[in-house]
Design a protein around this ligand. Sequence first.
Ligand code: P6P
Length: 335
Amino acid sequence: MSQRISLTRYLVEQQRMEGHIPSQLRLLLEVVARACKSISQAVNKGALGGVLGTAGSENVQGEVQKKLDIIANEVLIEANEWGGHLAAMASEEMDGIYVVPNRYPQGEYLLLFDPLDGSSNIDVNVSIGTIFSVLKKPEGDSGVEESDFLQAGNQQVAAGYCVYGPQTTLVLTVGDGVAMFTLDREQGSFVLTEENMRLPEDTQEFAINMSNMRHWDTPVKRYIDECLQGKEGPRGKDFNMRWIASMVADVHRILTRGGVFMYPWDKREPEKAGKLRLMYEANPMSWLIEQAGGAATNGKQRILDIQPTKLHERVSVILGSKNEVERVTRYHSPL
Ligand code: P6P
């Protein structure tokens, strides 16, 4: 049987042949992967590890924190702070940025993450995951501050996620396509299981929380209504619906077989652009989807072109199979 390629070998070859990955970025990605392995172990223990349930606190978003949210956040901080590859980190679970302590060397990268996306699924044993995005610290003074993180998604140098499901799979891009690695628990290492992932430009599957239908804006209502009319309607084909309530799991399905994922603005909290966060959910997922031949907009513009103004900024998300995303976006800007 041909020797499977480990994540380490893949990254070394990307560094050596493609020049896409400077050594510090390779180290960063290997450290994040190791942290995801540790999180996977904790998630897999479930009740046996006493890690289920809530932590009795709220995060910066005002959401109840699960014990595993905090564990995953701590694992990522502790794994990354000493390596000398990072200047600072930002997390859904922390109000401000985490600057690498002076006792460690500072690097040139900024790491952003949602340490455990889909927390509402933890206690019911449904797939959850870690989402991460890597930016370069702007040139200039030695310090680092929150404003250094406020870069558009098109500035990312690496992005990825790890799904903790029936398999633990790490999916990442450094701008040269999308690669998937599956955790081989016998070896304790991630092994390349798919390279150059591509999603079909068309689909018959949409992902949205239908219970919010009455709150959606007209273009979204029109798109979903046309899908629900099936082959007798204007689309001329039947559609299927999936909603896992873990963006990581929904996006992984879409990367694997196509589909369109939508968490649009709705009138429940009209002052918010959407539920999902731009910097560490929408941006990394949008880059992965685009690198695999898909598209990602907020209904009006390409998500990766949005200039953030706040670290925990929210955004409306429409991403997946190119032709469907373009259709929904077109409905938002009638001629
Ligand atoms: P709802 C999980 O909390 C999350 O941030 C995404 O992973 C997921 O797609 C969405 O929220 C689910 O939201 O309103 O359906 O529970």
